[in-house]
Design a protein around this ligand. Structure first.
Ligand code: PMP
Length: 417
């Protein structure tokens, strides 16, 4: 007979032996410390001490060109947009203190949803507190237990998190592979609910999806389609609706998700749709119901910005010109880029490893240029890259200065010959 260890006089566990839930971060802490010990500036602790315009800020006491924000259409300092925010602040106060479902729907929440319906030409529009929550809410509410979400392997974190929250089965397909999407959809039960989630522009490399082909494949298998157009709003398609509009698949995309934090120039997220039952989302979607709504000043600036974006043809043309000039110039210098051609307003410069990427990032910053340093797990295939995102307000002269800075920093770290 074995001896019991459950004796009454067994010693109590030592307090010090309790598992520390924070110890799982030891690896991350050590990695970050090693980076800082090498004497570099921390790329993930930058402070904008002053912001002078959509393209210029003061960082570490120095005037710096911003080439790493999502301010694609340069709306943040538009006088009408700023004035709309000030007026709403004066009239409605600083916040709503409640959920959209109860006391948190003010006049301008209704107005910004109307602006979205006009911009997208849809019958329905629902505003969320961020783009992250729009994906979380839409995906988890649409696809529940027993349904399938079929998503691109390089999908944004908010899409993955939406899948987890909804308990649907997750099926991933190879990035931008129409063939793999077709194959994986073909293996699923014909009668099951299926949501294919795509993105117009993938934000790490700046590449665009072959939406037309993918949407056709999704429809062939009876799936509904949600396209996240966060990085395309304002400058893709005849009305700036996104890549899905540019590729002519508006009729077959069931839900479009977007954000106010990029081209619109403030904060917030949304979904637009022509589905006749779309309004029911408001009754069931937890990330819509169980959080406070956006401040009135934010939705008022968004509504003004969205209506101006409908007519921003010159800005759009200049943004594309900037993208072509920067992409062409960097390519000519011999940099390895995320895309062969200037496909979007994001241009990713791929470096060899973390050390080279951080050294180059710092070299650029010390010369007055801010770009995003991006690394795994945010980036695909373990790449380290410097992500440049262009703004319609960058002048041609700024782009030439940017090219000069890339040339000098690229030589200094051996990224170009
Ligand atoms: N979708 C994509 C593709 C994104 O890149 C982002 C943010 N970078 C979001 C959604 C979330 O948007 P927000 O910043 O409004 O939360």
């Amino acid at each position: 007979m074995s001896e019991s260890i459950q004796t009454s006089d067994a010693p109590a566990p030592l307090a010090g032996a309790k598992p520390d839930l924070m110890s799982k971060f030891d690896g991350l802490i050590a990695e970050r410390q090693a980076l800082l010990d090498s004497g570099v500036i921390d790329p993930f602790a930058i402070v904008m001490e002053q912001v002078k315009s959509p393209t210029e800020a003061v960082i570490k006491g120095r005037d710096t060109i911003l080439l790493g924000t999502y301010n694609y259409m340069g709306m943040t300092f538009d006088p009408d947009v700023v004035q709309a925010g000030k007026d709403a602040l004066d009239t409605f106060g600083s916040g709503t203190n409640g959920s959209r479902m109860l006391n948190g729907t003010f006049r301008d929440h209704m107005d910004v949803e109307q602006a979205l319906r006009e911009f997208y030409g849809t019958s329905g529009a629902i505003v969320f507190s961020t783009g992250y929550m729009a994906n979380l809410g839409m995906i988890s509410t649409l696809a529940g237990k027993g349904d399938y979400v079929i998503l691109d392997a390089d999908s944004h974190a908010s899409i993955y998190d939406g899948c987890k929250q909804g308990y649907a089965e997750i099926v991933r397909f190879r990035h931008n592979s129409v063939e793999d999407l077709d194959k994986r959809l073909g293996r699923l039960p014909a009668e099951a609910g299926k949501l294919v989630v795509l993105e117009g522009v993938y934000s790490m490399l700046g590449d665009i999806a072959p939406l037309k082909e993918m949407v056709a494949v999704a429809k062939k298998h009876g799936a509904m389609v949600l396209s996240d157009e966060a990085h395309s709003m304002g400058f893709f398609g005849p009305n700036g609706r996104g890549v899905y509009e540019a590729q002519g698949c508006e009729a077959d995309v069931d839900f479009v998700v977007g954000t106010f934090s990029k081209s619109v120039g403030t904060v917030g997220g949304f979904c637009v749709s022509n589905h006749p039952k779309f309004e029911a989302i408001r009754l069931a979607c937890r990330p819509y119901i169980f959080t406070a709504s956006l401040p009135p000043s934010v939705v008022a600036t968004a509504a003004t910005s969205i209506r101006k974006l409908m007519h921003a043809h010159n800005k759009r043309a200049h943004l594309w010109e900037n993208a072509r000039t920067l992409h062409g110039g960097l390519k000519e210098m011999g940099f390895k880029l995320g895309t062969e051609t200037p496909d979007s307003a994001i241009i990713a410069v791929i470096l060899e490893d973390q050390e080279q990427a951080v050294r180059m990032w710092q070299g650029l910053l010390e010369n007055g240029l801010y770009v995003n340093m991006a690394r795994p797990p945010a980036t695909p295939a373990g790449t380290y890259l410097l992500r440049c995102s262009l703004c319609a307000e960058h002048t041609s002269e700024q782009i030439q200065r940017v090219l000069g800075m890339f040339k000098a920093a690229g030589h200094a770290v051996g990224a170009i010959a």
